[in-house]
Ligand binder design. Structure first.
Ligand code: HEC
Ligand code: HEC
Length: 416
């Protein structure tokens, strides 16, 4: 009896083991149809990574976030225009609509604080006044507070990804079982019951992806210098430019410095809003069909802003990767970094840089005249051609390691 019982137990155990192995094998192979399959994307950021470059979120399935913010090119739109140059404004998914603003880099965008009104103590020398006003947010006018708000914009923007509404975007998400499973895993099984919730989850995931170090590697020569891995040749133009940039001889740091000097996460923008007198991009306006009297109101386009004093102010952009993100300014009106610095210099009363080197004629009037921050722009001494080359060479050292090969010399040798 005892022996028989023991044998029975052994047989029974063997059967259980076989049964368990079969279950395990089934699970490993993806499981039976009764089980929710394992999600493909187990974090919001990896889900966001896939969404970021998914062209199915645009009406004709031709473009994604990556089209206008290409990870291979410092997260800008590097598609070429008819002249073989990186286009100033982006073409939408319909293949013809053109925007009016240059696609800014999405790199380091996660460091912009949520849009708010406040004051900040400037860290530049000499002791500059504190700033009081709008700070941060996303877009040139800060109209979205943060990245997840921003990411909800392009899919349904008629001149960008062109989807008719949120519901149609969510339908596109549901075409993809990897998304369906992953959204349910990350946001709960009922996430698709409500269009707004599903859409917000998509935008949040994309925003989480944009917060990854891939977007902000802090590995430019400037960062390597801070870590003791790169030495600025003391006699190089970049060294002179670095000193100038942070000195009282220029006003650059007033607006393009966030942190105390030598901080490891300097973003090279204060996220303050200023009108620096950028002229209209006439070529872009000719192509995009804006009426002749159209004005880019900048910060005043932000629904939270009503004061006319804010008209034409633009969120100060980061200078990280600026040597590879031509053309420049919110409307892409300037091609060359050197032009930008000469433009700054022309505000100095005795400047020799009275001609726009790209057009060969005098600088055109600001798009919005009344609010130009002349007080800040006239600060500092007027810049020589050597100073200007030095500043350009310094800005080239703000290029992330993987984009260094994209820097074009444009007639300036930096001896680095
Ligand atoms: C057709 C081109 C185009 C597409 C597609 C596009 N963007 Fe943009 N993006 C722009 C332009 C142009 C701006 C600036 C618009 C403005 O300020 O009004 C911008 C602004 C941004 C900004 C703000 C950066 C800053 O410093 O303020 C972020 C972040 C961004 N886009 C991410 C995305 C994401 C994420 C997607 C996909 C969901 C996307 N973009 C799709 C052209 C595009
Ligand atoms: C009063 C604040 C202020 C000062 C001072 C200032 N900047 Fe700017 N800078 C801005 C703003 C705002 C923009 C965006 C203007 C626009 O798009 O119309 C900008 C744009 C730029 C751009 C173009 C970036 C891009 O991606 O398009 C460069 C380069 C630049 N600044 C470098 C400098 C340098 C170098 C100095 C010093 C000589 C300087 N800035 C001084 C606020 C300032």
């Amino acid at each position: 009896m005892v022996l028989n019982n023991a044998r029975a137990t052994v047989q029974f155990s063997a059967q259980i083991i076989t049964f368990l192995s079969i279950i395990l094998m089934l699970k490993a192979c993806g499981g039976s149809s009764n089980h929710t399959p394992a999600p493909t994307f187990t974090t919001k950021a990896t889900l966001g990574e896939s969404l970021y470059s998914d062209i199915n979120l645009s009406l004709n399935r031709t473009q994604s976030c990556a089209t206008c913010h290409n990870p291979e090119h410092a997260f800008i739109d590097d598609r070429l225009d008819g002249n073989g140059q990186i286009s100033a404004v982006s073409t939408g998914d319909d293949g013809s609509s053109l925007g009016d603003r240059n696609s800014p880099t999405a790199g380091y965008a996660s460091f912009s604080p949520n849009f708010h009104f406040g004051s900040r103590q400037r860290l530049s020398v000499p002791q500059n006044n504190d700033y009081n006003g709008a700070i941060g947010g996303q877009f040139f006018d800060g109209r979205e507070a943060d990245l997840k708000g921003q990411a909800g914009g392009p899919p349904t923007n008629p001149i960008e990804m062109g989807m008719p509404d949120k519901a149609s975007v969510v339908e596109r998400l549901k075409e993809n079982t990897d998304y369906v499973n992953s959204f349910k895993h990350l946001y709960g099984n009922t996430i698709f019951d409500n269009v707004d919730n599903a859409y917000a989850a998509m935008a949040e995931s994309i925003g989480e992806f944009e917060k990854l170090p891939e977007f902000s590697p802090f590995d430019s020569k400037y960062d390597r210098f801070l870590k003791g891995e790169y030495t600025y040749d003391p006699l190089s133009k970049a060294t002179a430019g670095k000193a100038l940039f942070f000195s009282q001889f220029t006003n650059c740091a007033t607006c393009h410095q966030l942190q105390p000097v030598n901080h490891s996460e300097e973003i090279f923008t204060s996220f303050e809003y200023h009108n620096i007198g950028t002229p209209v991009n006439l070529k872009a306006r000719l192509l995009n069909g804006k009426p002749a009297d159209f004005v880019d109101n900048g910060l005043l386009d932000n629904p939270q802003v009503t004061a006319q004093s804010e008209k034409g102010k633009i969120k100060t952009p980061t200078l990280r990767n600026v040597a590879v993100t031509e053309p420049y300014m919110h409307n892409g009106v300037f091609r060359d970094l050197k032009t930008v610095v000469e433009f700054y210099d022309h505000f100095h009363p005795n400047s020799t840089h009275t001609i726009n080197p790209e057009t060969g004629v005098a600088w055109r009037a600001p798009e919005v005249v009344d609010t130009v921050n002349r007080a800040e722009l006239e600060k500092g001494r007027s810049l020589s051609d050597n100073d200007i080359e030095a500043l350009v060479c310094f800005m080239r050292t703000l290029t992330d390691a993987r984009y260094e090969a994209l820097i074009q010399k444009k007639g300036i040798e930096c001896d680095m």
